[in-house]
Design a protein around this ligand. Structure first.
Ligand SMILES: [Zn+2]
Ligand SMILES: [Zn+2]
Length: 171
């Protein structure tokens, strides 16, 4: 769905959309939708600044790989959001200090408005946890023997210090 400036000039624009899996592309190719994403909210234009504010709620499930063991992980998302976008032309017009302050809080848009899918892509990345693991105490893959340590332990850790003592004994 395209949030058009023209429409927002006439008043708030309410939206309610369902994005089926694959509808939104991510730069991180390990990240994909595990089901439909539902979003609803309101977009509003502040005419003086040309600033678009998008408020809403996003629900759905994303799928990625566990950071430690590479198994598939499903991450539920249920997030309320408020995102601001300034016209790209504001970059040129504003004092540098103001831009830096604004850039931290706002994104930018060009042309006649904003694609809701771009808003969601940004919001999904913000809503996901920094650490994406299949379980909090995931043991990961052993860097020595490649054993998937959630399924079976390996004895690499016990063996490594032993080797060091063995070398000392050889001296
Ligand atoms: Zn894992
Ligand atoms: Zn091992």
């Amino acid at each position: 769905m395209f949030l058009s400036l023209k429409e927002m000039e006439r008043g708030k624009v309410a939206f309610r959309e369902t994005y089926p899996p694959g509808a939104i592309e991510f730069l991180d190719e390990r990240l994909r939708q595990a089901g439909a994403l539902e979003v609803e909210g309101v977009a509003e234009l502040s005419p003086a600044l040309g600033e678009i504010t998008v408020r809403g709620r996003l629900q759905g499930r994303m799928e990625t790989e566990c950071d430690r063991c590479l198994e598939a992980v499903v991450l539920p998302i249920d997030a309320s959001f408020t995102l601001s976008y300034l016209p790209a032309s504001a970059l040129a017009a504003r004092e540098e200090v103001e831009i830096e302050k604004g850039a931290l809080e706002a994104g930018f848009y060009e042309g006649g408005g904003l694609d809701l899918a771009d808003v969601l892509r940004e919001q999904i990345l913000l809503a996901l946890p920094m650490q994406r693991v299949c379980q909090e105490d995931c043991q990961g893959i052993c860097p020595v023997c490649g054993q998937h340590r959630n399924r079976a332990a390996c004895d690499c850790h016990e063996r490594l210090p032993d080797d060091r003592w063995a070398r000392l004994r050889d001296l």
